[in-house]
Design a binder for this molecule. Structure first.
Ligand SMILES: NC(=O)c1ccc[n+]([C@@H]2O[C@H](COP(=O)([O-])OP(=O)(O)OC[C@H]3O[C@@H](n4cnc5c(N)ncnc54)[C@H](OP(=O)(O)O)[C@@H]3O)[C@@H](O)[C@H]2O)c1
Length: 255
């Protein structure tokens, strides 16, 4: 019960990392607001979690500021506090050389991955400041630390998440709000499958083999391994961690 009685908002809860984090946070005693774009997926997740009374569902598109604020308001009215935000919703976007992007495709990835995270900082930070503290964990990526061919807007967006986190830390550390970036490497879920299919539609396994062979640990990570780092960064166990970029990538960016 490492976060017993704490209250967390988890965005992108319907995805691989989000759902694994929801499960772990519930097991560790937290009350949750789970956000996603699809009511059906949220209901399915809720059923998979055993329909807990202390996990509320909220439909939020990353770019809908009113919905972002409503999810935080829902958390406050149901549980009275907002201790942790796991700003995890994100998109891989389209995979192609940088000169092939349309402005629309380029901007869409930036909007979801950067503006979407910033909106949770914008509306979450003042609540946490007023209550005397809190922890925000924004999901970046290994591609927020190094480049990755075919992923220009994605890499730009995840580097931007790291820059926002550092700025938000400096502005808010004196108010007891800790803000860190969690940077996963390749994780065995839908997003890496999409990257494989987009990179090599005829043989997505070749992409997977290429990624695994360039990782010192020689494998993909799991969503559950990322959830454990989210728990650490969201809990008091990381009380001196602030403004950092925390990798869980099997050594991918070290190679
Ligand atoms: N998988 C990896 O290898 C990897 C590596 C590094 C970083 N990450 C990052 O980890 C985070 C979670 O990704 P994942 O691996 O769990 O992939 P995922 O299974 O595709 O989950 C992505 C989540 O983000 C939500 N989302 C996407 N676009 C959205 C939008 N416009 N508004 C609101 N929500 C939106 C999705 O909602 P729907 O269910 O409605 O689609 C889903 O819940 C992302 O930020 C991703 O960039 C992943």
């Amino acid at each position: 019960m490492r976060i017993e009685g704490k209250t967390a908002v988890i965005t992108g809860a319907t995805g691989g990392i989000g759902s694994a984090t929801a499960r772990l946070f519930l097991d560790e005693g937290a009350n949750l607001v789970l956000t996603g774009r699809s009511v059906d997926k949220l209901n399915q997740l809720h059923a998979e979690l055993g329909k807990p009374d202390n996990a509320l569902l909220c439909v939020v598109d990353a770019l809908d500021e009113a919905a972002v604020k409503a999810s935080i308001d829902q958390c406050l009215s149901a549980f009275g506090r907002l201790d942790i935000i796991f700003a995890n919703a994100g998109t891989e976007g389209v995979v192609q050389p940088l000169e092939a992007y349309s402005v629309e495709d380029f901007n869409q990835t930036l909007l979801v991955n950067v503006t979407g995270v910033w909106l949770y900082l914008k509306h979450g930070v003042p609540v946490m400041r007023d209550q005397g503290g809190g922890a925000i964990v924004a999901v970046a990526s290994g591609a927020g630390v190094v480049g990755f061919p075919g992923l220009c807007p994605y890499a730009a967006s995840k580097h931007a998440v790291c820059g926002m986190v550092k700025t938000a830390c400096i502005e808010n550390a004196q108010h007891g709000v800790r803000i860190n970036a969690l940077a996963p490497g390749p994780i065995d879920n839908r997003m890496m499958q999409s990257l494989g299919l987009q990179s090599n539609p005829d043989d997505p396994d070749a992409f997977r083999d290429m990624v695994m062979s360039s990782n010192p640990m020689g494998r993909y990570g799991t969503s559950e391994e990322i959830a454990k780092l989210a728990l650490f960064l969201g809990s008091e166990e990381s009380s001196y961690c602030n403004g950092g970029v925390y990798l869980a990538d099997g050594g991918f960016t070290a190679a």
